[in-house]
Design a protein around this ligand. Structure first.
Ligand SMILES: [Zn+2]
Length: 241
């Protein structure tokens, strides 16, 4: 019974078993995390093979049980492959992508990427003391963003979106970075000043934070002094299902 020798042994001397214990804890934690975000029935990459074990069709890895597969989905390899797949699909126009497998069949994977939830964000209202323009600084946190993914933003009119009834008083600012859900903020529908001194985006790869700052053009009717100008209703909306 070698185990008894571990009792009272110095920290570190039981290193091998100690490490496997913490690996089990880590796997269990990852499995639980994955269960919260992944529905195996809808996961296009999860496959039970004819031997009764499981495969990741994306990474071509073999797993003895569902827990092992779920832990794998939280790992770097799977996340990297997801990000690559997302970038590839974004370039393609079709809604289905044929994926060759090791068998003789070709499996069509629906364009339903595994999303890992909404990113964290911070919104700061700005007022330029000189020009008296109002604006926003959006800071979106993407700590688990895929490799090679650069977050994108765009402005969308109320009539382009199909989440809410359109209201021409508002427009939306959209942020996207796989594998996060795309989010949108609702701001007033004023013309954005593209002056590069006022308008900028910045992707900080070290802190994984994407920033967008912009100001609205001064409304000649209000002379920039009307505070109503600044009454924006702001809402984060998940745009993806
Ligand atoms: Zn995988």
């Amino acid at each position: 019974m070698d185990f008894q020798n571990r009792v009272g042994s110095k920290p570190g001397s039981g290193g091998v078993l100690g490490a496997s214990e913490s690996n089990v804890d880590r796997r269990e934690r990852l499995r639980k995390l994955a269960l919260e975000t992944i529905d195996l029935a809808k996961d296009p990459y999860f496959m039970r093979n004819h031997l009764g074990s499981y495969e990741c069709k994306l990474c071509l890895t073999l797993h003895t049980n569902e827990g092992s597969y779920l832990a794998h989905t939280q790992g770097k390899k799977h996340q990297t492959n997801l990000a690559r797949r997302a970038a590839k699909e974004a370039k393609e126009t079709g809604s289905t992508v044929p994926v060759p497998t090791t068998g003789q069949t070709t499996v069509h994977v629906r364009k339903n990427l595994i999303k890992i939830g909404r990113p964290g964000y911070k919104v700061t209202k700005l007022k330029d003391p000189v020009t008296r323009q109002f604006g926003f600084l959006f800071q979106i946190q993407y700590p688990e963003v895929g490799l090679d993914i650069v977050p994108r933003h765009r402005f969308m009119s109320a009539f382009e979106q199909h989440i809410e009834p359109p209201n021409k008083a508002f427009q939306y600012v959209i942020f996207a970075a796989e594998p996060y859900e795309t989010i949108a903020f609702k701001v007033q529908s004023k013309e954005v000043d593209k002056n590069p001194n006022l308008f900028f985006t910045h992707w900080d790869k070290d802190s994984n934070q994407f920033s967008l700052q912009f100001f609205f053009k001064v409304d000649p009717n209000t002379n920039g002094t009307n505070n109503q100008y600044f009454h924006s209703r702001l809402a984060a909306l998940g745009l993806s299902k």
